[in-house]
Design a binder for this molecule. Structure first.
Ligand code: 13P
Length: 339
């Protein structure tokens, strides 16, 4: 098996998901502030160190995505994050996009930037020990949106990023996120998700990207958060699998879903429902908020409460890992979060 495919397979290994701890400095700072924590570089590092040093994290997590700042930081014990990640039996990853910017010529749509200089940045990240990377494109559903212009621009950038990653020996996580903001229906999200993924797959093919050396990180197909019609986890799982399986070839190494603002328990229930279906690729999670929100709330920047934060993260990892192996239940969810 080629080296990239080996790494990609490790990222989606049975029962394991990917921890997204790669919030940009701005986003992380506002999350810390909302939790009553001063948004300093040291506190951002302390928080990521709390997550990484959670005991037995590698039982349910294959890798951790960081942002550039964290990759250059050290844990309070002095170890660089990459070294500590490897020592914990985890793959280090790096978010390499530079965020969304207004798309010229479009009305309130965005394109993700960060291609300029990316080859050199990837070479440096590879030297530092990063094994995989992430790039997030954002697609919003609204009246007349997304436009083909926005879909094509984002898909093209994702493919150029993915090709550069593979050239550098780094597995790209390809993340086209269709947002759950809005009042659209489940069916509309399904159609948009399929169209976006079709475009992304076409661009990846045209850029010569090896599909067994990527991990696709899509949204689950959900009704918009303001949609009056709810959907069961079973409906969501069926719609998601249907939307993906018509356009995503079976040789993609794996699918790792983002949480996208879903509540953490709902995200787990829906993941469990997805795993009950027969998918052609390994399915797992690459959650940010749905894994770490409880941990941040439990910690609140207090060094005495590091254990509480870690227990909260360990609980969510245990639940999501159980969802992947068919062992998730409401009972497990109610289990006391133990320190
Ligand atoms: P969420 O699970 O919070 O959506 O974050 C995942 C992610 O990596 C977004 O880019």
């Amino acid at each position: 098996m080629p080296a990239l495919a080996v790494t990609a397979a490790e990222m989606v290994a049975t029962g394991k998901g990917i921890l997204a701890a790669d919030e940009s400095v701005g986003t992380m700072s506002s999350r810390l502030e909302n939790a009553g924590v001063e948004p300093t570089a040291d506190n951002r590092a302390a928080y990521r160190a709390l997550l990484l040093t959670t005991p037995d994290l590698s039982d349910g997590v294959s890798g951790v995505i960081y942002c550039d700042e964290t990759l250059r930081q050290r844990l309070p014990d002095g170890r660089p994050f990459v070294e500590a990640t490897v020592q914990s039996g985890l793959l280090p990853g790096i978010k390499v996009d530079m965020g969304t910017k207004p798309l010229a010529g479009a009305d309130d749509e965005t394109v993700t930037e960060g291609l300029d200089g990316l080859r050199d940045r990837l070479a440096e990240y590879a030297t530092m020990g990063a094994r995989f990377a992430k790039w997030r494109a954002v697609i919003r559903i609204d009246e007349g949106k997304p436009t083909h212009q926005a879909i094509r621009a984002n898909a093209h950038a994702l493919a150029r990023y993915a090709a550069l990653c593979q050239e550098a020996g780094i597995v790209p996580i390809v993340e086209p996120e269709v947002l759950m903001d809005g009042a659209h229906s489940l069916d509309r999200c399904a159609v948009v998700t399929s169209v976006v993924l079709l475009e992304v797959m076409g661009e990846l093919r045209d850029s010569g990207v090896e599909l067994d050396g990527i991990v696709l990180k899509p949204n689950m197909v959900l009704p918009g958060q303001d949609c009056p019609d709810g959907a069961s986890s079973g409906d969501i799982a069926a719609a998601t699998l249907q939307a993906l399986s018509t356009v995503v070839p079976a040789d993609v190494a794996g699918i790792a879903f983002l949480s996208g603002g879903q509540g953490s328990v709902l995200a787990t229930e829906r993941l469990a429902a997805l795993r009950r279906l027969d998918a052609p690729w390994p399915l797992t999670f690459s959650f940010g908020r749905a894994l770490v929100d409880d941990a941040l709330a439990a910690w609140r920047g207090d060094s005495e409460r590091v254990g509480d934060g870690q227990a909260a993260l360990a609980h969510r990892v245990r639940c999501n890992s159980a969802a992947l192996s068919g062992g998730y239940s409401a009972l497990l969810e109610r289990e006391t979060v133990s320190r």
